[in-house]
Design a protein around this ligand. Structure first.
Ligand code: ADP
Ligand code: F6P
Length: 484
């Protein structure tokens, strides 16, 4: 057993997430292939499971397609089929039209539809049944994210021998907001089926424990919730605590050190016209990411003459996301309209101040972009963590570059040496962008040095050790009957 496998005490590990780590895509010629699924969940979790090995249960990303289980590296992937109606009601509806906006401080208006909830419950039940049929005796099952909050309790009922862990990758909302959810009690009870519930930030864990006290009356002693004996089983405890997620910093640093990556970074700058300053934004095209606010600030700085469009290029990478959900369609129209207006007003022949890229890139190309950027703008209105900020820092072993970071991203708890901003304050955001564009090398070095230490000290191995250590302790306490 290596150090990683030791984390599960030799038990089988079953990952469960809405999406598998790879999505099935149909190519132009009709053939199909697999590509990495979008988002931070896979970036963070993949390096752990590559070492540990696991079974991974999730959706393959297309509608009405039954895919047989298959092996991928150290993983055995078990696809769950979702119909077009499941996708519309469970995924686009309840997950991304109700929970996503509610859990992100109602930046968009959550919609509450009983039909969506009903399908969410049914799809969660299907996930639980598939896991129950797949997991070996005494396995550790690790359920991920807001799409599957009912799975822990459903699974416990089917398979009481399992140790169940849950991790919420997005924020848990404050009490007044969570209370809006018509099915708040069911969600809390669903999560409490787990032995360990992990959150990104202390505030999330506190908000959850308060919701438990309010909606179930089960008391919390510190981080531990004590569930009384009931018809469903004996008294037991649930650990609900923050475990801030991270990245495999060394694997990003390794790509960044390669001569070909450095060469590619230079090429990118040359292709952009070798401007004095390259600014970068990298986000899923999501209304939580603050892209509208960022573009507004950038446009005003060009209009005020505080940034010179012949001197600066802003590259905004916006990965396609949830394109059939109304709020995302609207956002795309708005962002693309704004990009056109900015370039129309401030571009010159052969040179546009804004380079907008609406597509996915390879990891190597992302790293080259990070190296090419003098300034990274990470300005979400709300974000569970934001791994892009950590990736930029991990790549900059030259100790150059400036990170402008929203105080509403979970990452701001650790990355205190970034230029922290309130993205709602457009004047403050503009001032931070100007400061970043003119920051002296020595200040860049000092800040980046401290940021790199923060990311290196809390990388994904550290996160996994803390989280899986708690899960393993729960598994072992169960075996000897403590808390059970
Ligand atoms: P979220 O999980 O909300 O999407 P994160 O910042 O935590 O946000 O994680 C996003 C992940 O997706 C990062 O690992 C980032 O490198 C990756 N990513 C974002 N945009 C792209 C893109 N266009 N191409 C490839 N990877 C991307
Ligand atoms: O935590 C954010 C999240 O929903 C993850 O589950 C996933 O990594 C990412 O966003 C991508 O979202 P989607 O699966 O809806 O494309």
């Amino acid at each position: 057993m290596n150090a990683m496998q030791d984390m599960t005490g030799g038990r089988e590990l079953v990952m469960v997430s809405n999406r598998l780590p790879v999505d099935r895509v149909t190519n132009d010629d009709g053939s199909t292939s697999w590509r990495a699924s979008p988002g931070g969940l896979v970036t963070a979790v993949q390096p752990i499971v590559e070492q540990l090995g696991c079974v991974w249960v999730g959706w393959a990303g297309s509608a009405d397609e039954a895919v047989e289980p298959f092996e991928l590296g150290a993983m055995r992937l078990v696809p769950i089929e979702l119909s077009a109606e499941d996708i519309a009601l469970y995924y686009e509806g309840f997950s991304n039209g109700t929970l996503w906006p509610l859990y992100h401080d109602v930046i968009a208006q959550p919609e509450y539809h009983r039909e969506w909830w009903d399908r969410y419950r049914r799809v969660n039940q299907r996930f639980a049944e598939q896991v129950a049929a797949t997991a070996s005796e005494q396995a550790i099952v690790w359920v991920h994210d807001y799409q599957l909050q009912l799975v822990p309790a459903m699974l416990r009922e089917l398979r009481p021998d399992l140790t169940i862990a849950f991790f919420l990758h997005i924020p848990f909302p404050p009490g007044r907001l969570f209370a809006q959810l018509p099915w708040r009690r069911q969600v809390v009870r669903g999560l409490l089926g787990a032995d360990v519930i992990g959150f990104q930030q202390t505030t999330d864990a506190v908000a959850f424990r308060m919701a438990v006290e309010r909606f179930t009356r089960a008391p919390a002693l510190g981080n531990t919730i004590v569930l009384p004996a009931s018809a469903d089983g004996p008294s037991r405890t649930v650990l609900a605590q923050e475990f801030p997620i991270s990245i495999d910093a060394e694997s990003f640093a390794e790509i960044a050190r390669r001569p070909e990556t450095r060469e590619r970074a230079k090429e990118i700058r040359a292709d952009l016209g070798d401007p004095r300053i390259v600014m970068l934004g990298v986000d899923r095209l999501d209304y939580t990411k603050g892209i509208r606010h960022r573009l507004k600030a950038f446009n005003e700085l060009l209009e005020d003459g505080e940034l010179d469009p012949t001197d600066i290029v802003f590259v905004q990478v916006a990965s396609p996301s949830r394109e059939r959900v109304d709020a995302y369609r609207q956002l795309r129209d708005e962002v693309e309209g704004t990009v056109g207006r900015i370039n129309g007003a401030h571009g010159t022949i052969g040179r546009a101040p804004l380079n907008y890229l609406h597509r996915g890139f390879t990891r190597d190309e992302m790293v080259a972009l990070y190296l090419a950027a003098d300034v990274l703008l990470v300005t979400p209105l709300r974000d569970g963590m934001n791994l892009v900020a950590k990736e930029y820092v991990a790549c900059r072993d030259d100790e150059r570059g400036v990170l402008v970071l929203s105080e509403f991203a979970g990452a701001a708890d650790e990355l205190r040496d970034a230029l922290l901003v309130n993205p709602h304050d457009i004047e403050g955001l503009k001032a931070a962008i100007v400061r970043a564009a003119h920051m002296p090398r020595e200040e860049q070095r000092r800040r980046m040095h401290a940021l790199r230490r923060a990311v290196a000290d809390n990388d994904v191995a550290h996160w996994a050790a803390g989280y899986l250590g708690a899960v393993r302790a729960a598994a072992e306490s169960g075996e000897i009957g403590v808390g059970g």
